[in-house]
Ligand binder design. Structure first.
Ligand code: GBH
Length: 471
């Protein structure tokens, strides 16, 4: 691959995919339109005390109605790829049975709109919004949910397979399992250690069954992937105790997924660490083979590194950066504490350290040689200022993105096969438990008028893309 001659510190291969990402529940709104029924995030956000200021995704960015305007923005910025997720309960209201035409029509309009504008659609089938009826039947801790996911994958492949060639099964199964069923800061808000591990396995299985379903229904050449949020985990000190804390977190955030996905099975140390919770008998013979299928690429979401140390049991449940909960997500490993890597933080209080991204990309380059990598999310929450001329300025986001794209460039320079980058996010949106209080967009959204205004970071990103375009 050749490098473009401009932008000395940020030169990328000429076929590098420049993208931006969103997720259905965070932007669509139209929660009750076209026959859509509640997902676990509708239920959770409507439960008092779960989301800051009682915010919900009922309207969000109203993207369901304003999608054409949003795609125009992506095109104007020269962004080549758009990663979005589909809302399962907009397509299959009960999570089972026949698809709703209105839901399929919406995603067909959206993908056609992308293709008309010359933008590559990148579909994620699941970004945390499980149909409530499936949660009522037990949710991800139950095997049936993985089976239903495979049916939903077939429906989506049949509906969009002629126009979408880049598919992702799940976004960040760690969050779905550990935050949804462990700390309870995400929907469905359960705090049950056994449910966390069962959920993680059934999410892995959903990926495996979903991949089989996609490959059976998609035309040859379609690409199938999964997006993880691996921890760039580092021990606080050189002590053996801290090294072991880092090993435990690596097992619980990274290897619980990459073990079966890339290496054919769950790691023995993970099973040993969690032996008091389960004997893992919910992993049936053959499951690990189903999960361990060839992937066409791996998606990595990165925000900040994790600095960990050994701590007295239970000492780290609060304020570990994973949300304010009395329950630690780290099932079987309560005796860990989290530390900030740097003084410089985003509005999420996450430290800013691009070296973690290089480290992760190089790790997967070593661990899965030849597997194409995409940074499917990277970005930061910052407040912005609106100048008198109406320009929304977010210089800290510009420097965050600059630093992290430099980190991607470093990894490529060291041989990592990174094929694309998606900034999180196109729009300010519903930031889960933080509601609308945190803004991740490169485009500002006024949540009163729903007016969109590109921030200076959007213009900076557009310029970078332009300068990296092959001549
Ligand atoms: C992503 O998840 C989501 O995919 C996206 O929907 C969301 O809007 C976006 O990030 C921003 O939040 O303990 O202080 O080191 C991010 C997953 C998991 C990343 C928790 C930060 C804890 C930080 N996050 N992690 S800390």
């Amino acid at each position: 691959t050749s490098l473009s001659p401009v932008a000395p510190d940020l030169e990328f291969p000429s076929d590098f995919l420049w993208g931006t990402a969103t997720a259905s529940y965070q932007i669509e709104g139209a929660a009750r339109e076209g026959g859509r029924t509640p997902s676990i995030w509708d239920t959770f956000s409507h439960t008092p005390g779960k989301v800051q200021a009682g915010d919900t995704g009922d309207v969000a960015c109203d993207h369901y109605h304003r999608w054409a305007e949003d795609l125009d923005l992506v095109k104007e910025l020269g962004i080549g790829a758009y990663r979005f997720s589909t809302s399962w309960s907009r397509v299959q209201p009960t999570g089972r049975g026949p698809a709703l035409q209105s839901g399929l029509d919406f995603y067909r309009r959206l993908t056609d709109g992308l293709l008309e504008r010359g933008i590559t659609p990148v579909v994620t089938l699941y970004h945390w919004d499980l149909p409530q009826e499936l949660e009522d039947a037990g949710g991800w801790p139950e095997r049936e949910t993985a089976e239903r996911f495979a049916e939903y994958a077939t429906i989506m492949a049949e509906a969009l397979g002629d126009r979408v060639s880049m598919w992702t099964t799940l976004n960040e199964p760690w969050c779905s399992s550990f935050l949804g069923y462990g700390s309870g800061v995400h929907a469905p808000g359960r705090t049950e250690p056994l449910a966390v591990l069962r959920a993680a396995h059934h999410l892995n299985l959903a990926h495996g069954l979903g991949t089989q379903a996609l490959r059976a229904a998609l035309p040859a050449g379609a690409k199938v992937s999964i997006t993880l949020n691996p921890a760039a985990v580092r021990p606080l000190t050189g002590s053996p105790e801290d090294a072991d804390a880092a090993r435990r977190i690596d097992a619980l955030q990274n290897r619980i997924f990459t073990g079966p996905l890339l290496h054919g099975g769950y790691p023995e140390d993970l099973k040993a660490d969690t032996a008091e919770i389960t004997d893992w008998s919910f992993v049936l013979p053959g499951d690990e083979e189903i999960i361990n299928q060839p992937l066409d690429s791996l998606g990595i979401n990165y925000y900040n590194p994790a600095i960990v140390s050994h701590a007295p049991a239970g000492g780290s449940a609060k304020d570990d950066g994973h949300g304010d909960s009395a329950h630690s997500p780290w099932v079987g490993s309560g005796h860990v504490a989290f530390h900030q890597a740097t003084e410089e933080r985003t509005e999420m209080n996450w430290s800013i350290d691009p070296t973690g991204l290089t480290e992760l990309l190089l790790r997967f380059h070593r661990e899965a040689p030849g597997l194409p990598l995409y940074v499917t999310e990277n970005g930061a929450a910052f407040a912005d200022t609106v100048d008198e001329d109406g320009q929304v300025r977010d210089p800290r986001r510009v420097s965050y993105l600059h630093g992290h794209l430099g980190a991607v460039r470093d990894a490529i320079g060291q041989g990592a096969p990174v094929r694309g980058y998606f900034v999180w996010s196109l729009l300010d949106n519903f930031e889960w438990a933080y509601g609308y209080s945190k803004r991740f967009g490169v485009v500002h959204v006024d949540f009163e008028t729903l007016r969109r205004t590109p921030k200076s970071s959007a213009l900076w990103y557009a310029d970078l893309i332009r300068r990296n375009r092959p001549m």
